[in-house]
Write a protein that binds this ligand. Structure first.
Ligand SMILES: Cc1ncc(COP(=O)(O)O)c(C=O)c1O
Length: 360
């Protein structure tokens, strides 16, 4: 009955699906909850020790009965220093996902068009669709490289163009020259999603000096191992940040998150060690997966896109793993990547458990 009152774009929306949560996996296969191991969410196996100390300090320092500073000034200044920009060029949000939502709400009216690549992070299309926008999809070409002319044509008359580098779920970084050609040629604002930027060391941020219509989206969920804390941010020109700030929910970042994220930004070497450990663990995992029969695509990130040859074969591997409490991102029936699984790079011990389960 309520459906008749809901926005048409919401009623028509196909919901976004994740793999089942730990509790369901454990119950389904009669396993202890602690035995469930997730390779589906591109998170890190453990946070650096200083994060834990910051959490304890945060819990003791600020009572939960008070709001955080709504301007998040300390965090904003630390992020500005981290990214080499002015604090007026930073907007924080509760995860990259909230930042993507804020961008959509800032620019999109129902019926507006956006240009996205595919396959890529599904929220680039989903958030605009929730807002009633029309999504123009430009398939990535061989090697998951964008078709520059195609995406620029799709951007004509559009309100936003989304790129993702390194790209999720393919794991490749886009050529910086290609990113710049797209930004330079785009008639509308370009959002570059850099959730995995720390793995490549290249960022579109310096392009802001030349292109005022660029917005870079970042997160502390990946390299900073803070997925559960929810901290993302946008880097853009001050005039773009001013627009985004009008839409940002006032208190979506908790006092604990603000403090832990600040501590993490003050301990950058810990993040760098974490990223280097994952980079070292990536190729041995890829080799193990190849030996188990998968085609493994080159990756610069903390996840591997793997092709098992057919939807049935990929489904069988995912099901066998799940019976043993191991969850991978199942793309067996994916419209762009049928027969594929995406597998997060974690620790060598966890990889040994994954590979043993695939072989079993
Ligand atoms: C490409 C990309 N962008 C944005 C996000 C959002 O991350 P979060 O909302 O945890 O910051 C993710 C998460 O997996 C991602 O892969």
């Amino acid at each position: 009955m309520l459906e008749q009152f809901a926005r048409r774009s919401v009623v028509e929306l196909e919901p976004y699906g994740w793999e089942a949560p730990n509790r369901i996996i454990a119950a389904r296969h009669n396993l202890p909850l602690a035995d469930v191991l997730r390779f589906d969410l591109n998170t890190f196996p453990s946070p650096p020790p200083s994060w834990r100390a910051a959490m304890t300090a945060a819990r003791d320092a600020d009572g939960p009965h008070e709001y955080a500073d709504p301007t998040y000034a300390e965090l904003t200044h630390l992020l500005a220093a981290y990214c080499g920009v002015d604090p007026a060029q930073v907007m924080v949000g509760a995860g990259g996902d909230e930042v993507l939502s804020i961008i959509g709400q800032t620019f999109l009216d129902p019926g507006d068009a956006v240009a996205v690549t595919a396959p890529t992070y599904p929220l680039h299309a989903l958030r605009p669709r929730q807002l009633g926008a029309v999504v123009r999809t430009c398939p990535l070409g061989a090697g998951f490289v964008p078709n520059v002319e195609g995406i620029l044509a799709a951007a004509v008359g559009a309100k936003l163009l989304f790129l993702c580098t390194p790209n999720n779920p393919t794991g490749n970084a886009l050529d910086p020259a290609v990113v710049e050609r797209i930004v330079a040629g785009s008639p509308c604002p370009v959002v570059v999603d850099e959730a995995y930027a720390e793995f490549v060391g290249w960022s579109a941020i310096p392009l802001l000096a030349r292109y005022p219509h660029l917005i870079v989206v970042r997160t502390m969920s990946k390299a900073f191992a803070l997925a559960g804390m929810r901290l993302g941010y946008a880097i853009a020109r001050p005039e773009a940040i001013d627009l985004l700030q009008r839409v940002r929910p006032t208190n979506s970042i908790s006092v604990v998150t603000a403090r832990v994220a600040a501590a993490a930004l003050r301990d950058r070497p810990a993040m760098e060690v974490n990223v280097a450990d994952i980079a070292d663990a990536r190729e041995p995992l890829a080799a193990g997966l190849r030996a188990a029969g998968a085609r493994v695509y080159p990756s610069v990130t903390n996840f591997l896109l793997t092709d098992w040859g057919s939807p049935g074969a990929a489904q069988a591997v995912a099901a066998r793993l799940e019976q043993r409490g191991i969850v991978v991102r199942n793309y067996a029936q994916h419209p762009w990547l049928p027969g594929h699984l995406r597998i997060t790079v974690r620790s060598p011990e966890q990889h040994a458990r994954l590979l043993a389960a695939i072989r079993s």
